[in-house]
Design a protein around this ligand. Sequence first.
Ligand code: RIB
Ligand code: CA
Length: 319
Amino acid sequence: MENRRNIIMDGDPGIDDAVALCLAAAHPEAFHLLAFTTVTGNQTIDKVTENARRLVEFYGLDIPVAKGSVVPILRKIETASDIHGKNGMGNVELPKPVKPLASENGVLFLYETIKSLPEGEKVTLVPTGPLTNIALLFRVFPEVKERVDEIVLMGGAAFGGNVTPTGEFNIYEDPEAAAIVFDSGLPIVMCGLDATNLCGIDREHTAKLMGENGAVCRAVGQMVQFYLESVVYKDKPYASIHDAVTFMYLLHPEIFKAVKMPVSVDCSENKNRGMTVCDIRDWNYDTEPSTTVLMDADSVKFQEYLVEAVYTLDRRLGK
Ligand code: RIB
Ligand code: CA
C-alpha cells in the first residue's frame, strides 16, 4: 500500500495514548507503524514501557517497543496517577507481553529505525507524551531531521492549560525538550487543547463499548470509564481522548481548523512554565511559520470515526 505514511509513535501510555494507538492500528491502509518508543510522563518509564508492550501485542501489531528517557531533560518527574491510574492504563490489566523489549535505549533506537528507512522514504513522528526523546534525538543525531517529513504531536494550547492555567501536561513536563522540538525547523502540527478538549468519547458510547463481547471494545471502554470517573471528567459528558487527535488529523484533516503560526515555549520557572506561546499576529511573520496549530474540531465526527475504529479493530482481531 504505497500511500501509507511511515509512523513512529513516541508516547507515555496512558489511557489516551492507548486509544490513539487503537485508532492507528485500525488503519493499516493509512499508517505503516514502524515502532513505539516510550517516554516518562503519565507514569514512570517502566510502567509506560510495560503498557506499550502489552498494547502493541493486544492490538495485533508486530512492531518493536523501545524504552526511552527515564527523566525529563531538566525538570523532575511529575506523573499523572490520579488521571491514568496506578498502572497508567486506568488499572485495566491487558495480557502480559510475549515479545522482548527491542531496546533499552529508545533514542538510539529512533535513530537506527529512521536511518534504516529505504532510500527516499521519510517518517512522520507522532509524539503523544513529553518530547524528551525527540529532543534528545535531534540533539545527538541532528542529521536524522532530513528523514522526518512531519511531526504531528499532542501538546500545548493556544489558550489555556491543564496542569496549570497555561501549561499543558506534555509540554509542562519537559519544556526544554519542547523548545528544542518547536525550534527544529521541521513541519509540526500541534494538536493542542484548543482542539483536543473538544475530541472525546461520551458516557453513552463508553457504556456500550464496555458491554460488548469483543476484548478490544471492552478494554477501551474500561479505560475510558476510568477517565470519566477521574477528577477531571467526573462532572463532564465525555472524556477527551487528547492523543487520538494526532492520528485523527492525519486521517481526517477536514474535521479540524488548522492555522499556521509560530510557536515558542516558556521555559521559565514562573507561573507560565511550559506555556506554548502561539503568535496569531499574521501581519508580523517575517517567514512562513513551520508550525500548524489545531484551533477547532468537529466533536461529533471525531467520536464517530474513533468509535468506528475501535469496533473495526475489535472485529478484525476477533478476540
Ligand atoms: O494533556 C494531555 C496529555 O497529557 C496526553 O498526552 C495525556 O496522555 C497526558 O500525557
Ligand atoms: Ca500521552
